[in-house]
Design a protein around this ligand. Structure first.
Ligand SMILES: Nc1ncnc2c1ncn2[C@@H]1O[C@H](COP(=O)(O)OP(=O)(O)OP(=O)(O)O)[C@@H](O)[C@H]1O
Ligand SMILES: [Mg+2]
Length: 246
C-alpha cells in the first residue's frame, strides 16, 4: 500500500537516511525499530510531507506522495493521522475543542454533528465524554493526554495512522491501554498503521510486521515472528537490549 523507495535524506553533513526501502501492508500494523537518533521520526515526517527527500520517493496505492504541494498535500494529510511523539494538544483549548478542531478546519459540519463525532472519538479511546470534554490538557494525566491526542487524530477517519513512540514515558498499565487502543483501531476501522517504538514488548502486542532501521537503512523487514527469530546480530542485540557494536 505504502512503498518507500530508495529514500535518502541528509541534514547538513549528516546522512540520516541512506536509501530506505520498505513496503507497508494494507490493513496491518508495521513497527519500525531503531536506536535513538537513527532517523525513525524522519521517515514518518516524509510520509506526511513534513519533510521532502533528497532523493527517492514514497508512493501510496501506486501514486507518488513525495513532492506534493497545496491542495494535493492537504488531501493527503486528511487520509493520514499522525500521533506526534509529544502528543501535541493545544494547551489553550479544552479537550472538546481540541478534538473538534480538525472537523472545524476541514469540514463544514454543524455543531450537533461535531458533538456526535467528538463524543464517539472519545468513547473510542475510552475517555468519558461528559467528564473529560471540559478539561484542559494540563488537567489530564500523561495517558489521558495521549488518548485525547489519539481521539483528535482519528476524528477525520484516516486510512493510515502513524504513531511516533505512543507509549514512551508512560507506565506499564497505561502503555498496555494505548497498545490495546491501537489494536482496536486497526481492527474496527481497518486502519493501516505504522508504529515507531523503543518499547519492544508493547510493539509486539500490536504489530503484524516489523522492520529495523540501522545506519540509515532498513536491514530487516518481515512478519513479527520471523523478525523475532532473525539471525541478524544487530536485531538480536536490539531485542535483547544489548549495546550494538558498530
Ligand atoms: N530538521 C532537522 N534538522 C537537522 N537535523 C535533524 C532534523 N530532524 C532530525 N535531525 C537529526 O536527524 C537524526 C535523526 O532524527 P530522528 O528524530 O529521525 O531520530 P529518531 O530515530 O526518531 O530518534 P528518537 O528515537 O530519539 O526519537 C538526529 O540526529 C537528529 O538530530
Ligand atoms: Mg523520534
Amino acid at each position: 500500500m505504502i512503498e518507500i523507495k530508495n529514500l535518502c535524506k541528509r541534514f547538513g553533513q549528516k546522512e540520516i537516511l541512506r536509501g530506505i526501502n520498505l513496503n507497508i501492508n494494507e490493513g496491518a500494523t508495521t513497527v519500525i525499530f531503531g536506536m535513538s537518533g537513527s532517523g525513525k521520526s524522519t521517515i514518518i515526517k516524509h510520509i506526511v510531507g513534513l519533510l521532502q527527500p533528497d532523493s527517492g520517493e514514497i508512493t501510496l496505492d501506486g501514486k507518488k506522495i513525495t513532492g506534493l504541494e497545496g491542495e494535493e498535500q492537504l488531501e493527503l494529510r486528511k487520509k493520514i493521522g499522525f500521533l506526534f511523539q509529544s502528543g501535541a494538544l493545544f494547551d489553550s483549548m479544552n479537550v472538546y475543542e481540541n478534538i473538534a478542531f480538525p472537523l472545524r478546519e476541514h469540514t463544514d459540519m454543524d455543531e450537533e454533528s461535531i458533538k456526535k463525532e467528538v463524543y464517539a472519538a472519545l468513547e473510542m479511546v475510552a475517555l468519558e465524554p461528559e467528564r473529560v470534554s471540559k478539561l484542559y490538557p494540563d488537567e489530564l494525566s500523561g495517558g489521558m493526554r495521549k488518548r485525547a491526542g489519539l481521539a483528535r487524530t482519528i476524528i477525520l477517519k484516516p486510512k493510515i495512522m502513524l504513531y511516533d513512540e505512543p507509549t514512551t514515558g508512560l507506565d506499564p498499565i497505561i502503555s498496555d491501554q494505548i497498545s490495546q487502543m491501537i489494536i482496536k483501531l486497526q481492527k474496527e476501522l481497518k486502519i493501516t498503521s505504522i508504529l515507531i517504538s523503543h518499547d519492544i514488548k508493547e510493539a509486539f502486542k500490536c504489530a503484524d510486521y516489523a522492520a529495523m532501521l540501522y545506519e540509515g537503512k532498513i536491514i530487516e523487514s518481515s512478519d513479527t515472528e520471523s523478525f523475532k527469530n532473525s539471525d541478524n546480530a544487530v536485531i538480536q542485540s536490539f531485542l535483547e537490549g544489548r549495546e550494538i557494536a558498530s
